[in-house]
Design a protein around this ligand. Structure first.
Ligand code: ADP
Ligand code: ASP
Ligand code: MG
Length: 530
């Protein structure tokens, strides 16, 4: 049995869904379970509808609802001629529920994380019903399955974590009878529910994670992630037209890339696969013969020093300088205790004697953390930064690699704000201004991935086309932390620039979060790396 996950662009219209049907047909003998995302852009539209409804702009919200309804009906009509009345009734019924829901949000003018999860679930509910119907009329014996009855999570709304034992039980009970009859289950990714049946979501981009959860729970032979590029690439092809496909990559390398910004995989996707040692493939749904990328426990060495370069934008860099008279150990303890109290998912940390810098996704930086730190230290916070991360299992113990990286970045005219090397054996990461990302990544890519090792490359045209789409996606500075505004600034700070020497310092903050990289790093630190 295999899991086949199709992302938003792979199901964006009738032609794309027809292609999905052909891809599924080509795997019919492998007993596929199909997991689909919402049609491209629908989740963003639902987010917008939530904002409109909560701000009382019910009219705009209902207009968007009508557009979503019309798009799904048109797509269903183009795909399902005989039997259209059945699927159209389902689309009408789901969109009627959606309308009821947003009217409720508009009435109370409030959208909690819990309501937001319910709202966002409509995208995958609609797409999965339509894909199931489209497969059925093409002679594939598909059956729609409600993902909310299969994947059981905690109640951490907007980024819920699966409860594996309960999920396994539910999946076996729901899918067992379907698979026994050689039918093809089709379910929405991203969405799940708590033990009590309250809808949850697994975080944006979470359909990949759904596929991996289902794959691990049912011990699938492999997990296929079908997307809009040829596989995992040496960098984001939107940033660099020369990016090329990586044929094979290890779980550790791919998890590190996903955690540090390679959007092609949701950061938590590989955890379930690693636990069950299930190979994951990233494939191009626009190319049925796609060889893509194979992700397994071990991958053969490549000629290049690094496997890939990635950049995570929308990062804030917080610099904390101890107030006079505070003992160093007290200072460090106080900072880490504050991070722990707020459950902060810190990415990088650098420490010198009396100062400490750390980075976090700006949107996850708690409002009152900075104010709390200010009581024991001088604090500055700079938004609109990015972490660039170069990943490769071969770099450990090789002299001169860091010098090579930073010389290249300097030649690109980019100023490095913070460095982390050594905390992870397989990556070198550093912080730069978000606006410098394209320049830095292109220079690094040209330097570390010279043409000699060209594999299946993205065409320059494709790269250019993608480059014109929004490449950074970071939020505007000073957008959401008004209470600590006075200690934020957008210019360059006189921050400490010490290299992180001790892998342990990352752990207190990161271990509080269940993220792929966090768990992998904890494992590495305790020497249990596979
Ligand atoms: P889907 O809707 O199929 O889940 P996503 O948009 O979430 O697709 O992810 C695919 C996108 O990830 C690609 O279009 C590409 O721009 C981006 N991406 C970022 N880094 C990488 C990388 N290293 N390799 C491949 N794609 C990447
Ligand atoms: N539709 C969801 C999102 O846009 C999940 C996914 O696409 O994986 O975030
Ligand atoms: Mg995705």
């Amino acid at each position: 049995m295999i899991i086949m996950k199709f992302g938003g662009t792979s199901v964006e219209n009738a032609a794309a869904i027809e292609q999905v049907a052909e891809i599924v047909r080509s795997r019919q003998k492998d007993s596929p379970i199909v997991v689909v995302s919402a049609f491209a852009k629908v989740t963003d539209q639902l987010v917008l509808m939530g904002q409109q409804a909560a701000s009382g702009d019910c009219e705009s919200c209902l207009q968007l609802l009508q557009a979503i309804r019309a798009r799904h009906l048109e797509t269903a009509e183009a795909l399902v001629e005989t039997g259209f009345s059945k699927i159209s009734k389902r689309v009408e019924s789901i969109t009627a529920d959606l309308e009821h829901f947003v009217r409720g949000v508009a009435a109370v003018r409030e959208l909690s994380p819990r309501s937001s999860d319910c709202l966002l679930s409509f995208g995958e509910l609609l797409s999965s019903e339509i894909v199931a119907a489209a497969l059925a009329v093409r002679g594939l014996d598909s059956v729609w399955v409600d993902a909310r009855e299969c994947i059981v999570t905690d109640a951490m709304h907007t980024r819920a974590r699966p409860l594996f034992e309960a999920t396994k039980e539910h999946l076996q009970a729901k899918l067992g009878p379907v698979l026994v009859k050689s039918r093809i289950p089709v379910m929405g990714g991203f969405i799940a529910a708590t033990q009590e049946g309250i809808p949850t979501t697994l975080g944006r981009g979470g359909s990949d994670f759904s596929a991996a959860i289902v794959g691990a729970a049912l011990t699938a032979e492999r997990i296929e992630i079908w997307t809009d590029v040829e596989g995992m690439m040496t960098t984001d092809p939107r940033l660099c037209a020369e990016a090329r496909t990586i044929r094979q990559i290890s779980f550790n390398e791919a998890a590190e890339l996903a955690y540090f910004g390679a959007k092609v995989l949701h950061p938590a996707t590989l955890l379930p696969a690693i636990e069950q040692n299930i190979p994951v493939y990233v494939l191009n749904s626009r190319n049925l013969k796609s060889k893509g990328t194979r992700i397994t426990a071990h991958a053969p060495r490549s000629r290049d020093i690094f496997r890939a370069i990635t950049a995570k934008t929308g990062v804030s860099m917080v610099n904390v300088v101890a107030s006079r008279g505070l003992m160093v150990h007290n200072f460090l303890r106080s900072v880490f205790e504050a991070l722990d109290r707020h459950g902060c998912p810190v990415d990088l940390v650098a420490i010198s004697e009396v100062s400490l810098s750390f980075t976090m996704e700006s949107k996850r930086l708690p409002e009152n953390l900075l104010a709390e730190l200010e009581e024991i230290a001088d604090v500055t916070c700079e938004d609109q930064h990015a972490i660039v991360c170069l990943v490769g299992e071969d770099i450990h113990g090789k002299p001169g690699i860091a010098a090579n990286v930073f010389t290249t970045v300097a030649k690109a005219g980019v100023n490095v704000r913070m460095i982390s090397q050594g905390a992870s054996e397989i990556n070198i990461s550093f912080v730069i201004k978000e606006s410098d990302v394209p320049q830095a990544v292109r220079h690094l890519h040209t330097h570390f991935f010279p043409n000699h090792s060209a594999q299946v490359g993205a065409t320059a045209a494709a790269g250019e086309a993608r480059r014109s789409r929004n490449a950074t996606g970071g939020r505007k500075a000073n957008g959401s932390h008004s209470s600590s505004e006075k200690i934020r600034k957008n210019g360059l700070a006189s921050a400490s620039r010490s290299e992180t020497a001790d892998g342990g310092v990352k752990e207190p903050a990161r271990a509080a979060q269940v993220s792929a990289a966090a768990v992998l790093t904890v494992k590495r630190a305790s020497g249990s790396r596979g």
